[in-house]
Design a binder for this molecule. Structure first.
Ligand code: GUN
Length: 298
């Protein structure tokens, strides 16, 4: 069976193309959508993500400011910066790159960013709204997965979706989106995690398998039902002596062997990763439009 390779680039490009008109309309009304990104410390992966976010903003004409703070920044200083960015009308979105150094309280920061500027969708108000099926900022990676499935016309209604991973950033919101009584969702959902006794027993039941476990190539061909759709959210750097950098990026799915059993699969790189940034751009434009129209959500 020849699996369809689901291109994150193609879907992300279509999302970004749609945003251009919306950004132009904001500018006609005198407002340039703006995003502030805060990075604490010098984690190399986070540095790459933050740089990619800035580049995406620049290529769309979204105002972006990256604020780099040393790893030993204290909570009070970070809190004060968030308060300043919350109050700055140039920024419609405020994002603090996770993970933070251990001495900082991520939840305190999540609570401090105004819900209407929370383009990550991490604030409990947005998380609660998502679960209740109300309008909200949706976390970018799960929203990107939903967008990819919609784009490729992969139905979810009545399907069995199995999510591997229960992180606050991907697994939990993914589960909570998938069972909503909405077009592009309405699935039956199972969630597997480190406490699951026999993961294979569940993954074999999946019509759509979404893996966000952070374990390199943990999903092998024997764990997948023939004809399943595979969404790999993993981004793991593993040693590879054949590469100049000495490392290689792999997902949570053993792509080469799983591909032949699936009808459609996302590659790593080139899959879901590109969607995360596209959805962040979409959330930033949405934030600007809502602040421009002073729209209050119902
Ligand atoms: N770290 C990994 N993914 C994300 C994300 O989507 N947003 C933020 N703020 N940090 C992250």
């Amino acid at each position: 069976m020849e699996a369809k390779i689901l291109s994150g680039k193609e879907v992300a490009d279509s999302v970004l193309e749609r945003l251009k008109g919306r950004i132009a309309r904001c500018k006609e009304q005198g407002v340039t959508p703006g995003l502030a990104v805060v990075l604490v410390g010098d984690d190399p992966a986070s540095q790459v993500y933050v740089r990619n976010k800035r580049r995406a903003c620049e290529s769309l004409g979204i105002l972006s400011e990256t604020i780099l703070l040393p790893a030993d920044t204290d909570q009070k200083t970070l809190n004060a910066l968030i308060d300043k960015l919350n109050a700055d009308p140039r920024f419609h979105g405020v994002l603090v790159q996770m993970p933070l150094p251990k001495h900082l309280d991520e939840f305190e920061i999540t609570l401090r960013i105004l819900p209407e500027k929370d383009v990550d969708g991490f604030h409990p108000e947005n998380v609660g709204r998502l679960i209740l099926g109300k309008e909200a900022f949706l976390p970018c990676t799960p929203a990107g997965v939903m967008e990819m499935l919609r784009y490729y016309d992969i139905g979810t209604s009545g399907k069995h979706v199995v999510v591997v991973g229960r992180s606050n950033i991907v697994g939990k919101p993914m589960v909570n989106l998938m069972y909503q009584r909405l077009p592009g969702a309405n699935a039956t959902v199972t969630v597997c995690h480190t406490g699951t006794k026999d993961i294979t027993e569940h993954t074999l039941q999946a019509d759509i398998l979404i893996v966000a476990a952070g374990v390199p190539e943990m999903i092998t061909a024997d764990m997948v039902k023939k004809g399943a759709v595979i969404i790999d959210v993993g981004m793991n750097r593993i040693p590879d002596a054949a590469k100049k950098s000495g490392t290689r990026l792999v997902g949570d799915v053993a792509f080469d062997e799983v591909k032949d059993k699936s009808t459609a699969i996302t590659p790593v790189p080139g899959g879901v990763g590109l969607m995360t940034i596209a959805m962040l751009m979409q959330n930033t434009v949405k934030a600007a439009e809502e602040q421009l129209n002073r729209k209050k959500w119902q």
